[in-house]
Ligand binder design. Structure first.
Ligand SMILES: Nc1nc(=O)c2c([nH]1)NC[C@@H]1CN(c3ccc(C(=O)N[C@@H](CCC(=O)O)C(=O)O)cc3)CN21
Ligand SMILES: CC(C)C(=O)C(=O)O
Ligand SMILES: [Mg+2]
Length: 279
């Protein structure tokens, strides 16, 4: 079974699909960098699927799709609904789903109950949760019970209220031991990979050299074992973007032009044209 890149639902009604596995991701340490992107919908997942090893259904969807001011208001039901859409739209990539704020921090038991719901109701390959050493017992609890966990350290957006905003981490070298301890703790707890977000390049390199699991960087270092960006950001569909984003496309202005052209065609009655009419 091979899916065409533009097939809107390459995974619909086709039975079991062989996706990229946790051991395959783990084996990418030190090899060709892993390609990861976010997607929140079936058609966007279908566009990403042929090009990426990992599709993340990020809780950034709260800000990007739902217009929330932060990721704090994202619910488990939102993650499951978008996770189901992304699974339908993809066939090959590993789909990882963010655990939203409030769904895992209380106890390992709470984390397992909610992560099991995500896995069962979406069919995704793994969950991701934010936090280093403090989340290690929870990561151990989940991985011991069959739920693969991608960790997320450095700038953790769900902690923006206690960290005073979205702040690059590791500017003060005195904080490096704590960040390195976070990386080691999540790796020792059984995480198969770790997102390293918004940290000084030299710290990201130390983390990548220290842990045996792949590091996936965002605002981190080109020496990470992989990179991730928010799809809408790199397509040029987001307004203001963090400095760590490169816009590989400029779709925002092109969408604006297409919509302006449509509005003009309607107002001048040049749309619908004969080809669009039944006669
Ligand atoms: N569209 C989008 N892209 C993202 O990468 C993203 C989200 N949304 N939502 C969830 C989090 C929030 N993220 C953010 C948001 C802002 C900055 C930011 O403004 N960073 C400053 C750094 C300032 C400093 O050096 O301390 C910057 O100028 O880049 C960083 C990460 C990353 N994630
Ligand atoms: C930016 C990535 C790592 C993320 O966590 C998200 O999109 O929510
Ligand atoms: Mg996230």
């Amino acid at each position: 079974m091979s899916a065409r890149p533009t097939d809107p639902m390459p995974n619909a009604g086709q039975g079991p699909v062989r996706r990229i596995t946790v051991p395959q991701i783990a084996a990418a340490k030190g090899k060709t960098p892993l390609v990861a992107l976010t997607a929140y919908s079936a058609p966007m997942a279908a566009l990403v699927d042929p090009h990426a090893e990992v599709i993340l259904v990020g809780d950034s969807l709260g800000m990007v799709v739902h217009g929330l001011p932060s990721t704090i208001g994202v619910t488990l039901d939102m993650m499951i609904l978008h996770g189901q859409a992304v699974m339908r739209g993809s066939a090959r990539a590993m789909v990882v789903i963010d655990m939203p704020f409030g769904s895992y921090e209380e106890s390992p038991e709470q984390a397992f109950r909610n992560a099991a719901r995500v896995m069962a109701e979406t069919g995704a390959g793994a969950v991701k949760l934010e936090g280093g050493a403090r989340m290690a017992p929870t990561i151990r609890f989940l991985t011991d019970r069959g739920i693969p966990v991608m960790a997320h350290i450095g700038l953790t957006p769900q902690s923006s209220n206690t960290m005073g905003g979205f702040k690059t981490q590791g500017r003060d070298q005195a904080t490096w031991p704590a960040h390195l301890a976070d990386a080691s703790a999540v790796a020792d707890a059984g995480a198969f990979a770790v997102v390293v977000e918004g940290v000084m390049e030299a710290l990201a390199d130390r983390i990548t050299d220290t842990v045996a699991i792949p590091t996936i960087g965002i605002g981190a270092s080109a020496r990470c074992d992989g990179q991730i960006l928010v799809l809408d950001d790199m397509l040029g569909l987001s307004g203001r973007v963090p400095r760590f984003v490169q816009k590989f496309g400029d779709l925002g202005p092109r969408a604006d032009q297409a919509i302006a052209d449509y509005a003009d065609a309607v107002r001048t009655r040049s749309f619908p044209a004969p080809a669009n009419l039944y006669r």
